[in-house]
Design a binder for this molecule. Sequence first.
Ligand code: ZN
Length: 270
Amino acid sequence: MTLEEDISPFEYDKAYKTILKAESEGLNEAFKNARKVLCVQPHPDDNDLAAGGLVAKLSEQGCKVTYVTMTDGEMGTLNPKMRPEELATIRRTEQKEAAKILGVKNLIWLNYRDSELKSTIEARNKLISVIRKFRPNVILTVDPWLTYEAHPDHIATGFLAAEAAFFATLPHANSDDMKNGLEPHTVGFIAFYWTRKPNIYVDITDHMKIKLKAVASHKSQFPPESFKKLEDTLKAYFRLMGKKIGVKYAEAFKVLSLRHLHCCTYAEDL
Ligand code: ZN
């Protein structure tokens, strides 16, 4: 039976639900079967804050996780005496430490200037090459459609990662890759964190402690003397997400297939 035949007897709401159900098939398996996951973050700390529990869980299961950090993070201070270049070095060290805690061995730095990342073809092509080299099953990144998100690096990163996933599959996109022996690659899923439209919740109850330890490594961002406040905020938020699936703590993601990233009017509702 075709999907059209399936929905024909139903009124609109039931027909729409039937289409959503058909299109959502397999999305909840995105992380279960992943062998390689590429996590594209705007700044050194975003992956750990939003998805550190999932990252720890994946690493534990033998999944190879790679972090791509788009910017150098040199704006991340309220201290006028801190030199931006010095902060970039500190944050890189902190990110390495956090990644080690979560079992992430591979870190890629694209070093765009913090606060100035733009959705350019050059940046997109760099990500396409990374995708073709690393060949992930899943790309994890920030949701660029988050309502009221004001940070340009977050918006640009989410769009760049989605665009790169979309074009990495097409041989004529960033065609220099072919000359360098990098074949096109089709990513199975893209998962967005910090999202208002989550469709997949991951139980991180057993990984909350290690996630918080990784987050605490970013001492330049979250000084030890005020970490308790952040810890409470994070615990409350991930506890709230946990309620969706009846566990103590969960991280929430909007997971889509590549076909949902173009001309898909119901992607928002999947
Ligand atoms: Zn950030």
